[in-house]
Design a protein around this ligand. Structure first.
Ligand SMILES: Nc1ncnc2c1ncn2[C@@H]1O[C@H](COP(=O)(O)OP(=O)(O)OP(=O)(O)O)[C@@H](O)[C@H]1O
Length: 765
């Protein structure tokens, strides 16, 4: 008998099964502890042979259960209880949900939340529900399986109610356990679509915990090849599950060697090194793999090795790591300063290069090349594992030979076209002398197979299937205005704004904040902790009816998997077609939908057209007619409304720029003062000005700083007050007399839809 999984039968339960009732105790009642209850063993009927997870039944008679707030009390039968209906007192909530389904009753708030709801149009709040729930819901909507129905397990239980209502009503586990059981634990996931991949039962269990009902295309194709031992180059759209395409076989390999070994017998050498181009992506891959492993009984030790965080801690973690995810800079730092770490990593079975085309761009990641070279380098003094050993001889000229036991896995959403053809065998496979950086580095990767398996799941379109793309033409100096207009009209869309420069991120973030939009910044010049904090804020739930906005450089373009990002705005046209694909890929992930909008000034017109042509060339040529090809649609914004927004935008911009110039100026002044003090000379800012340092490059900035310095605190206060006033004022849209901010935004959107944003219906804006 498992004492913590008790069921009960008897009078009280019968009453409760016929109708869920409120119980209040009468006079002379006696509250007893759970241990004092006199349980009696019950014969388990045959139909429960499999026990359904319950290992026995006990019953008790004449005891009522009274709920007082969060406390449950057991009231002995001798004290006759009065059972009332329709009373407003506390409710008994102890029975499982399945029993409730047949019992009409007034539900508590908690119960009401749990209860299946009437199908209705997806509200904005629902839109923001956690992604996994939403994914499951989407799937269920498609299958029509979840329409108002309880989960399969609950259905099973409901059937039992019909078969033996009394017994069902008595299924009784510890009350708080039932209360707190997460929905996820109760639901079953149909994993039959994973069966052809021949994964271990442990892995299937872990996937079930993630509630991923089927493998994505890249997972379906890459996992078997990797498990067969091949080197793989995988290309699949953004957000299509590439991390688990390599993660699952790696963890499977670890399980096959370690699952049955005791803690002591486990090998303490890493089996995998995953290289990631950015710190955020490295941590995300680590988290993703940890989530997968959460569903395993024994799991590998996963550690991230990235810059910006304490190296000593990472070195300690490396000693016990099974799977390492690192950025090249920090990885090389630890590998090149410790022979023992280097030697351990040389024994890996998997080398993964994620976002390979970015990571391996020649010259961009010198350290990545160093790592690759070091992995295959011949060390004459092989036995040495002494960190301090200076005598180790490295044979620089020796031809690197890939370790037989090591598989190389390379993944990205974008690969150079010429390279793809070569890899697919359509051209001579000769990487020597190739101009493209990626080709050069693929050579450096030193695959153990002459031709790695090349898997391309999106040969026609590089863009995610449910992504809609738009283009807004605006003046070069009007981008702030149009950015604000788009964000203002999409308050419930989690937006990511990409720029090409750190300075623009620094300027746009306060500019949007001044306009009461919840913007946070992300760029590579920020401290690591601040970077992680920004991402945390961007992932946080909406506040005051507005979704967070992330303003970032391309440091956020690759690989980041942030739930519920609905809108990508390219404030600057991206530098390359690949950057456009990756930036846009932060939305419409895992079969969700999303919108990507380019803000294009006249000067950017030609590069933008080229970019679009490049990104959509293959899809356009495959489309039946020119008309049927959607590509990137032009969005016309109502200029009247934009002009109404201009005064607030101008003022906010002025405040942001002055604040930045003031801060920068005072930092420089502090620096100069300190330098002058150290040199023992007198600091005189006027003299420095006269010395002509403000001519030539940077003189515009210096001029701005000078002007900013002259703006008084009172003037700044006045501007802020004016902006506040403007923000609270009605904006005449020419269409609808509504407030642009505050409660009427939705009404405004309804009122002007189509007219305001022009041809946006196709984009769903
Ligand atoms: N089989 C699956 N079913 C449902 N969701 C999945 C499945 N596999 C992965 N996902 C989810 O899809 C999302 C995207 O996965 P992932 O980050 O691996 O994409 P990616 O292809 O690496 O994207 P990018 O090219 O942008 O790096 C994640 O939230 C992940 O949890």
């Amino acid at each position: 008998m498992a004492s913590d999984k008790r069921k009960r039968s008897g009078d009280v339960a019968k009453k409760a099964s016929s109708k869920r009732q409120k119980v209040t105790s009468g006079a002379g009642k006696k509250v007893v502890s759970v241990n004092q209850l006199k349980w009696k063993k019950v014969e388990v009927p045959e139909m429960f042979d499999d026990a359904e997870g319950f290992y026995g039944l006990e019953e008790i008679e004449g005891v009522d259960i009274v709920r007082e707030g969060n406390n449950i009390k057991f009231v002995a039968a001798a004290d006759k209880t009065q059972v009332e209906e329709g009373d407003d007192g506390e409710e008994f909530e102890g029975f499982e949900d399945a029993a409730e389904t047949s019992i009409p009753e007034k539900k508590s708030e908690k119960d009401q939340k749990k209860a299946p709801k009437e199908p209705k149009k997806e509200s904005k709040d629902q839109k923001k529900q956690p992604k996994d729930q939403k994914k499951q819901q989407l799937k269920d909507d498609k299958d029509g399986s979840k329409d108002e129905k309880p989960g399969p397990k609950a259905q099973k239980k409901a059937q039992k109610v019909a078969a033996d209502p009394e017994l069902e009503a008595n299924l009784f586990t510890k009350l708080d356990e039932i209360e707190n059981l997460p929905e996820a634990d109760v639901e079953e996931v149909d994993l039959t679509q994973w069966a052809p991949l021949n994964l271990s039962p442990q892995m299937m269990g872990a996937i079930g915990t993630l509630k991923f009902c089927k493998p994505s295309a890249i997972q379906r194709r890459a996992i078997p090849e990797i498990m067969k031992g091949h080197d793989v180059i995988g290309k699949a759209s953004t957000g299509s599950g590439k991390t688990l395409a390599f993660g699952i076989p790696i963890v499977e390999s670890w399980l096959s060697k370690n699952a049955d070994a005791g803690e002591k017998d486990r090998k303490k050498t890493p089996i995998t090194l995953i290289l990631s181009p950015t710190r955020e992506l490295a941590h995300q891959i680590g988290d993703h793999l940890k989530k997968l492993c959460d569903g395993l009984k024994t799991s590998p030790y996963i550690c991230s090795v990235t810059g910006g965080l304490a190296i000593q801690k990472q070195q300690r973690q490396l000693e016990k790591a099974d799977i390492i995810i690192g950025t090249p800079g920090r990885m090389w730092e630890v590998m090149s300063t410790s022979t023992s770490v280097l030697e351990a990593i040389k024994g890996i079975s998997f080398l993964v290069v994620d976002e390979a085309d970015r990571l391996l761009k020649d010259g961009q990641f010198k350290e990545a090349e160093e790592i690759l070279k070091a992995l295959d380098r011949t060390v004459t003094n092989e036995d040495s594992d002494d960190e301090e050993d200076e005598d180790e001889e490295i044979d620089e000229d020796a031809k690197p030979t890939p370790k037989d036991g090591r598989q190389t896995l390379v993944f990205s959403a974008t690969f150079n076209r010429a390279l793809q053809q070569k890899l697919a065998g359509k051209a001579r496979y000769n990487l020597m002398g190739a101009a493209e950086s990626l080709e050069l580095l693929l050579k450096k990767l030193n695959f153990r197979e002459p031709q790695p398996k090349f898997i391309d799941t999106n040969p026609v379109s590089q863009m995610a299937e449910n992504l809609k793309e738009g283009l807004i033409h605006c003046g070069d100096l009007e981008k702030d205005l149009y950015l604000y207009a788009v964000l203002l009209l999409q308050p419930m869309r989690r937006a990511l704004v990409f720029t090409n420069s750190i300075n623009t991120v620094r300027r746009l973030t306060p500019f949007l904040q001044n306009l009461n939009l919840p913007a946070v910044a992300l760029h590579s010049d920020m401290e690591q902790k601040a970077r992680l904090r920004s991402l945390e804020k961007f992932r946080a739930p909406d506040t005051n009816g507005a979704s967070p906005i992330l303003v970032a450089t391309d440091v956020a373009a690759r690989g980041l998997d942030i739930p519920n990002v609905d809108l990508i705005i390219h404030y600057h046209v991206p530098r390359s077609a690949d950057d456009y694909v990756h930036r846009s890929g932060r939305t419409a992930r895992a079969e969700e939908s999303g919108v990507s909008v380019l803000l294009c000034g006249p000067k950017e017109d030609i590069p933008t057209q080229r970019l679009i042509a490049k990104v959509h060339a293959a899809a356009a040529s495959k489309a039946a007619t020119k008309k049927s090809f959607m590509g990137v649609q032009t969005i016309d914004i109502d200029r009247r409304l934009v002009s109404h927004l201009r005064p607030r935008v101008t003022l906010s911009k002025k405040i942001a720029e002055t604040t930045i110039a003031k801060e920068r100026g005072s930092k420089e002044e502090d620096w100069l003062k300190n330098a002058a003090e150290e040199l023992g000379v007198e600091y005189d800012s006027d003299e420095l000005e006269k010395a002509g340092t403000w001519k030539g490059r940077g003189s515009g900035r210096k001029q701005k700083e000078k002007e900013a310095k002259e703006v008084t605190k009172a003037e700044m206060k006045q501007w802020r007050w004016e902006l506040k006033e403007l923000l609270s004022r009605r904006v005449n849209t020419g269409v609808s007399e509504k407030y642009l901010i505050g409660v009427d935004v939705d009404a405004l959107l309804k009122g002007v839809k189509g007219e305001f944003l022009g041809k946006v219906d196709g984009l769903g804006l």
